[in-house]
Design a protein around this ligand. Sequence first.
Ligand code: ATP
Length: 255
Amino acid sequence: MNEAGAAPVVRLTGVSRRFGDRAALAGIDLDVHRGERVALLGSSGAGKSTLLSLLNGSVRPSEGTVELLGQRPDQLGPRPLRRLRARIGTVHQRLDLVEQVRVAHNVNAGRLGRMSTPTALRSLVWPVGMSEVRAVLEQVGLGWAVHERTERLSGGERQRVAIARLLLQRPELVLADEPVSSLDPARAAEILRLLTQVGGATGADAPTFVVSLHQPALAREHCTRAIGLREGRVAFDVAAADLADHHLEDLYVLT
Ligand SMILES: Nc1ncnc2c1ncn2[C@@H]1O[C@H](COP(=O)(O)OP(=O)(O)OP(=O)(O)O)[C@@H](O)[C@H]1O
């Protein structure tokens, strides 16, 4: 039920998430459809990271239901949950790369979730399908780095390795938590351009993309929809092209 025009890729119904006494999110109803590129905006602590964690199944709601790619993560056993999560790709600010191994191994990790256990274990020693690993590294401008040790790369290059890993994973849902907050404007635009290419397809097969950002201009340029979060609630949900100053003023007022 997840072809184009069918079930949404993401459906949150009456979702709240508390940490102790603190409500990180409250009363969230949200559908995201295939091919949408959604920017999440909001000040620090507004709930963006918590929402992204709900969308990759790593955090469960305190109330309400979360459906991802037509399935409810809270109703899945460990193996089906692993299969579901293999269809969702997440880039965190901290990148989650293993620094001491060669770049090829980090990139290859993108598809371990789709492999049988013996193949996955074999490929930890020597990645299978090196031509695909090379191809995605070429795509992010790192064709030369396939055998480099990851720790020798610069911060920007490491970020591209994380994107190459995602390109190999070919997820249906791509989530990125402030992927460009520490980058200069030109590099930020380039990283967002690469991220929106993950999955490579257009039309019915286009991946769905949700990114938290602090730069409205990037949201307008790279996304189709902009959602503002304020104190754990949706403050606005508009077409990215309609994002206006008054939306942002409401979001970033200090309380
Ligand atoms: N694991 C946790 N334990 C306790 N409190 C948490 C946890 N995760 C988030 N929170 C709290 O939930 C609220 C929302 O945090 P969240 O990280 O989702 O915000 P954010 O919009 O991503 O902020 P930032 O832009 O600073 O990353 C904050 O008050 C935060 O302290």
